[in-house]
Structure formats: C-alpha cells, structure tokens
Design a protein around this ligand. Structure first.
Ligand code: GLU
Length: 479
C-alpha cells in the first residue's frame, strides 16, 4: 500500500457531462467521497466539459442531481473546466518558458502520416518531434507539445494495481494545447489536479494509459504526484462489458425504480471493496472502514438481484417515520391519496418485509390506502375464492367482526381462529377469500394485521361491499 494519508486528503470526481451518471462512474464517485470523509479531508466535483461537441448542460444537471441524491456532497461548488482556460494558458506559458514545451506547426495530416509510417515499420505510432528544435512561436494552426524526455521509466504505486511501470519510449511529445487554443484532456486534468491540491486520484482503469502521460506533465510542471488508484471496470454477470442488457441503468433510473440511495452506495462500494464478510453497511460504517485499503484489483460483476437484496435490507432497517417521506413520492406517482399520513405509517410495517423497492411498496400498499369503494376486485381471485361457500364464510365472519369489541390484531386473530374451530373449515380455504374482500387480491399480509390497520368500520364495509358484489356475480351465474 502506498503511504496514506498524505498531509491532507483531497479527492475529486471528474465526470465528463456526455451522459447520465452510470453505476461505474457512481462507484468511482463513492470511493473518492468515502476516502475524503474517512480522513476528514475534502471532496470536490469537477465537470470535465472541454469536449464541447459532446458535453451537454442537461447531463451536467443530471449528474449533479444524481450526486446529490446519492448524498455525495462536495466541499465546494462544482468546478467547470471550460471556465478555466486562462489557468491552462498560464501553465502553458510557464512550460514554454522553461523549455518543457514547444510550439508545433505540424498539421493533423502530417502527424497522421508520421504515425502511419511508424506503424508500417512495426513501431508505436508517434509524432517524431520534428518541431522541437525549430524554436517556433505562436501562429495560426500552431499547437503546444510537451518535450518528453528521450528515455526512462515511469513507475508509480497504484492503490489498486500495486507497482505500475511504463517505458517513456512508448510516449511521444503529446499535445498540451490544441491549435484552436483548447487544452487537451491530459493537460487540463493535471493542471486542475495540481491547482486543486488533489492528493488522491481515483478513477476507472480505462484511464491507466493516460497516467504515465499525466505523470510527465506533473514532472514538467514540477508538482508532486498524487496517489493514483485505478479501479477495474464493472462487468456484466457474463464478464462482458457492462451494458443495459445486463440490467444496468443510470443512477436517476434507480431512483425512479425506488432504490434507496444508501443501498445503491452500499452495493457499489462492495463491487470492488470489502471489509471482512460484511455485506450491509450504513453510511457511518462505510466512512469508518473505507481507508483506501482492500480495493479489489479484479473486476467485479454487476448483479441486479443482489442490488435488490441490498435494497430490501436497507428498506427493512427504516422506521415507518423514516420511510414515510421516501415513500410519499411513489404513492403520489400511483395516484394514491396521501393525506392520512398516520394511516400510511401504520400500513408500512405490513408490507415492508415483503418488498425490495419503494415502488413495489407503494404498489402493494395501494389497496390498503384506497377507499372501500375504489377497491378493484381481481375477477380471477373472486371467482376462485368467493364461491357460494366462500362468501357464506365471509358473511358469517363479518357478523362476528361487526360486534367484536376489541379490534386489535390479537383479538382479531382469536376471533378468526374461533370461527375456524367452530365451523370446521380450514383457515387456508377462507383466508384468500377474506383477502380478496379486503384488498381485491387473494394474497397479502396477515389478515389480522390488515383488519387492525383498517379498523372495524372500514373492514366491515369492505367485506359488505365485496359480498354484495360477489353475491350479484353468484346469482348472475345461477340465472
Ligand atoms: N473525465 C474523465 C471521465 O469521465 C475522468 C478523468 C479522471 O478522473 O481523471 O472518464
């Protein structure tokens, strides 16, 4: 492990706003955020928007919204690369003055021809450095290139990959500032990381090949290197590149599906990091344990089923009070009335152990929250469980329930069991019929629990309405 922490841990997440935040990027962001929080350091967000063709404001907005939903708060306002061109120019001036950079007038076609030639000779495609000794100044079509040392090795200790080494021979004099004045990606990243005092650069290992180039820029600037950590890509369950077909989605979609942000954070951290055998972590535990060690160098596979399981565990840990504000948007989206929040809170525990997402919770709670008149009885379940015999049992039970003094679940349970004993019918034969009457569907939570939260008046009304509905159907069939 490289020495850690450096005097002050400052991490950054540096997305390019060319798409929504996906789980790979989100995991990188979580790692960066956790490292900063663990060491009491700073976490900054940098929007790498220099590719003006592909960058879009809507993606910046969406990334910011996803970061905020995930609870990955930054310690300063987001930094936009497009607003820092004068800083990049200052660094260019310094490097030109020190002789570490030079003006190049080669046109892109010429450079391409050099590369083709090198390829044909079986060498690495590279710029041949022909403008280096010309002492050119600025001019139309002139770019600025880094004067890369002729040989040597670049070796660094990666937090994830261990010792990584590259041969300088493999690198050519890279462009730092394009002919149109824009900084190149590698140059802007280094200037930003240096000027923002970034101590730890954690990013996807698709950037590993950029790192030796960036290290050369650090050396030319005369800045100390940060600690690098290149995390492996997340793969699909088939070990192929992760994509939509594996069920991977953008973070905003998981929000719409009813995942809890703390569950997604928990799941993402575990895709590439471990702490003993623990699977479920709350935020405080993650901050306490995530010290940058135990990052896995093998690529992890995304498993949508496990994500749902992790979410279900976090859902179960919430009190009804905590669940309510998270659930309300999903109830509203289903068109379910939400004015009686006390009633909603009483209904939550009935379904909480039975669901994986908030969307599912809202959907399943729906019949409990609707008015009796708005319950839709599933015709197949009604036909199956509310035969003449089934309705007779429901009618008999309704009589008992209507006069039951104590309507708490224990008393309700006793009442139902007494009926079962006396009538000799099996509970499993009458329970689905009762549920159809109360909820519209044959399956659901415990009957006594359902009736307790509905209360006597509502329970009896639901039974009566369902009975007259079923009675009408039965006589229709008899005719
Ligand atoms: N903007 C780069 C990306 O979105 C990240 C660069 C970095 O972290 O150094 O892949």
């Amino acid at each position: 492990m490289p020495s850690m922490p450096s005097p002050r841990v400052v991490t950054r997440f540096a997305p390019s706003p060319t798409g929504h935040l996906h789980i790979g990027g989100a995991r990188t962001a979580v790692f960066c955020w956790l490292l900063a929080r663990h060491y009491g350091g700073r976490f900054v967000l940098r929007i790498e928007d220099t590719d003006t063709e592909r960058s879009r404001q809507e993606y910046t907005d969406s990334i910011l919204a996803s970061m905020s939903w995930l609870g990955l708060d930054a310690d300063s306002a987001p930094v936009y690369q497009t607003r820092r061109f004068s800083l990049y120019d200052e660094y260019i001036e310094r490097l030109l003055k020190s002789g570490d950079a030079y003006w190049c007038r080669c046109r892109p076609e010429e450079v391409e021809a050099m590369r083709d030639k090198a390829r044909a000779a079986g060498e690495k495609p590279r710029y041949d450095g022909r403008c280096r000794a010309l002492g050119l100044g600025p001019g139309p079509g002139h770019a600025v290139r880094l004067a890369v040392p002729p040989s040597g090795k670049i070796v660094f200790e990666d937090m994830v990959k261990g010792t990584v080494s590259f041969d300088v021979n493999e690198l050519d004099d890279m462009v730092l500032r394009r002919a149109d004045g824009a900084p190149t990606y590698n140059f802007a990243v280094v200037v930003d990381d240096v000027s923002m005092n970034i101590s730890h650069v954690i990013r996807g290992d698709d950037h590993l090949n950029n790192t030796p180039r960036q290290i050369l820029i650090y050396q030319a600037i005369g800045a100390a290197l940060p600690v690098f950590g290149h995390v492996p890509m997340i793969l699909g369950p088939d070990r192929q590149k992760l994509s939509k077909r594996h069920g991977a989605k953008a973070v905003i979609e998981y929000e719409k599906d009813g995942l809890l942000p703390e569950a997604l954070v928990n799941y993402l951290v575990r895709l590439g990091w471990s702490h003993k055998d623990q699977e479920i972590f709350n935020r405080e535990e993650l901050i306490a344990h995530f010290n940058g060690a135990s990052l896995n160098s093998a690529a992890a596979s995304f498993d949508p089923e496990k994500l749902l399981w992790v979410n279900s565990q976090h859902l179960r840990a919430l009190s009804s009070q905590e669940m309510l504000p998270r659930l309300l948007p999903f109830l509203r989206r289903e068109g379910i009335p939400v004015d009686d929040t006390d009633h909603i809170m009483r209904c939550i525990p009935l379904y909480q152990p039975r669901v994986d997402t908030l969307a599912e919770l809202a959907g399943q709670m729906r019949p409990l929250l609707l008015k009796a008149a708005d319950i839709v009885h599933d015709p197949a379940a009604s036909a199956k469980f509310l035969s003449a015999e089934g309705t007779a049992h429901v009618a008999a039970l309704r009589e008992r329930l209507g006069t039951l003094e104590d309507f708490h679940k224990e008393a309700l349970r006793r009442c139902i069991h007494a009926y079962v004993e006396e009538s000799g019918v099996k509970l499993k034969l009458i329970a689905p019929g009762l549920r159809v009457c109360l909820l519209g569907t044959g399956s659901g939570p415990d009957l006594a629990d359902i009736m307790e939260v509905l209360g006597r008046r509502e329970s009896v009304e639901r039974l009566s309405r369902a009975l007259s509905h079923a009675g009408a159907l039965i006589s229709l069939h008899r005719e």
